[in-house]
Design a protein around this ligand. Sequence first.
Ligand code: ZN
Length: 378
Amino acid sequence: MEYICGICGYNAKNLREGPRCPSCGAPLEVLINRRWGIARSAPSMWRYETMLPRSGDIVTLGEGLTPVRRVGGVLIKDETRNPTRSYVDRGSSVLASNIYIDRAVISYSPDLSISLATYLARREIDLTVSVNGPVSSSNEIIEISKLGVRIVFGDLGSNIYYEDPYMIEGFKTISYEIYEQLGHVKRVCVPAEEGVLAYSIARGFKTLEELGIAQESPEIVATTTSHRGVVGMRDVLLKIGGVRIERIDDQDIVEAIIELSSRGIYMRPISATSYAFSKRVRGCVAVITGSEIKRIPYTNPRRIYSGLRVTELQKRIVEVLSRTDKGMTAYEVWKRIGGDSSLRGVYTSIEALVRKGVLTATLSLRGSRKIKLYRVKQ
Ligand SMILES: [Zn+2]
């Protein structure tokens, strides 16, 4: 794979010098032959597979294809609907589908570490999350610990970066989706701390323009809190063209947080800035980047099996059940597994997994029928 800078055209043969362009500081992108197309039956951002780098099996938990809806008169792109409840899942899915390492060290950062850990666990990569400073949410740390990853304190240095080119390619799918869902829009408003997401979304629209798909890119408004000062990548953002930075007052942020919470959306103050700005300025699509409430949609098989002997069929059963938290009947599991396993074999394996404490069984009513639902024990 080769990498390219979307601002100055610098070409990198590898990432030895890091994920940013050594010439202008912009995050690098993956150099691939892109073709615009939508696989309409794909229920995730992988519907834009021809726009994404791919070197092996896709690691997906159904990320992307998030709804656009109107809340309080504002059109929002609701990224809290992603598997770990933030836009980061888009990047994590592309990265996990293209990475070949045995060990990963991720520095704790809100939204990022839980998402990366979830996706990389799926590749069975040995994971460590290093915490170096205060954590912003106890719920998030609890969920990360449930994944069975190592949590250590201190700065270990990480070997995976937020602005990795594969992450950027995943973030760009937000632009592709807005284009598919709404056609041309005037403005897209994006919360910005460092500015990597705003950069990626701006580049996503430019990519559509470069391919001759979209005639014109929307203006990107990168919003930040007033006390935060400057956005980290301010200079890079301003070089793209069509990007402006707005600071949002605390009062507007607090009002936005309260308003969104009444619609069941809970977020960190920075995430509410795009909504707060879009309340004031018409014609904006506000990207709501993530929810403050986290829940891992997937259980790390290494943690489930530690110290247990399990058969291949039992592993497949756990794999199927770990994708849902609603629970499934033995019959539904058997249907999902397909192949040549018998219903009786599946049933016996499920019962064995219940005895081993890997699965739980609960009785439930479906209509007037009593059914037994199985789940992976959390
Ligand atoms: Zn550059």
